[in-house]
Unconditional design. Structure first.
Length: 268
């Protein structure tokens, strides 16, 4: 199965970001992708945490969700919409949610980010809990590839990457990690964490990232990456918008898990 990680440098206005995403999704499909994954907040990187609330949508309705559904249907493509803010009962709080659309345009899965990022090094300061509520459920979905193979796909978002217990619980063949890592934390930890999640779960990892200097002057790390279950980097793009591709092979999954049956040795 051919998969695509889409890297963006999203701005503050939703329409322009959707136009950019449409072009990148079309490139992925033209290159043979069956599944394409957009980055965290592909739809908008605002000037403040509160800006997320300006383009939050009611679950099941709104221009961002309509866009994802239409793109999936028109391209005949599985699309994971990175993340977007979905409304809660409290107008001042949202969920950071990843939505999955099948090639008919139907939303088949939703994951709400469980771990909310907090970081303060005296220069940069972030606290997602100021405007977001955490999710509570691990989520997977099944994808039947055109080659006849079926894959269990696990959902996560950005800061979740630092919590290996989530990925062990997913027990997936392909782990998706749409992200907007800061330049500081990404430079220090991004690659080693992605490769570790692949190796310890004997699973493919696809991490689609925001990567570059945004309209709000924030710089994200980028380095979107697809990693083999044995830890090799299959594809990577450093900075700027791009589409990277790789093959997910059922045989390689089975071979790795037969040679090293660590998943069957889990006792906790």
């Amino acid at each position: 199965m051919k998969v695509a990680a889409i890297q963006m440098v999203s701005g503050a206005e939703v329409p322009g970001n959707l136009d950019a995403a449409a072009g990148l999704l079309a490139r992925a499909r033209a290159s043979g992708a069956e599944l394409a994954v957009l980055p965290e907040y592909f739809c908008g990187m605002g000037f403040s945490d509160a800006d997320k609330l300006k383009f939050q949508e009611t679950p099941g309705a709104g221009p961002i969700q309509d866009f994802l559904s239409q793109q999936a249907r028109e391209l005949g493509l599985w699309i994971v919409g990175g993340s977007l803010p979905l409304a809660t009962a409290d107008a001042n709080r949202a969920r950071n949610s990843s939505l999955v659309f099948d090639p008919t345009g139907r939303c088949v899965a939703r994951y709400d980010k469980i771990h909310l990022f907090r970081f303060d090094n005296g220069v940069e300061s972030y606290d997602e809990a100021r405007g977001l509520d955490p999710g509570t459920q691990a989520v997977t979905f099944d994808l039947a590839s055109i080659d006849g193979s079926s894959y269990r796909i696990g959902l996560s978002i950005c800061y979740d990457l630092r919590f290996p217990e989530l990925y062990r619980k997913l027990r997936a063949d392909l782990l998706l990690i749409p992200s907007a890592f800061t330049f500081t934390t990404g430079q220090a930890h991004w690659e080693v964490l992605l490769r570790a999640r692949a190796i310890e779960n004997l699973a493919y990892v696809l991490a689609s990232a925001q990567g570059g200097v945004h309209e709000n002057k924030r710089r994200t790390w980028g380095h979107s990456m697809i990693v083999h279950p044995w830890g090799q980097i299959l594809a990577q793009h450093d900075e700027g918008p791009s589409v990277i591709m790789a093959e997910v092979l059922k045989g390689d999954l089975q071979s790795a898990r037969t040679r090293l049956p660590a998943l069957s040795h889990t006792v906790l």
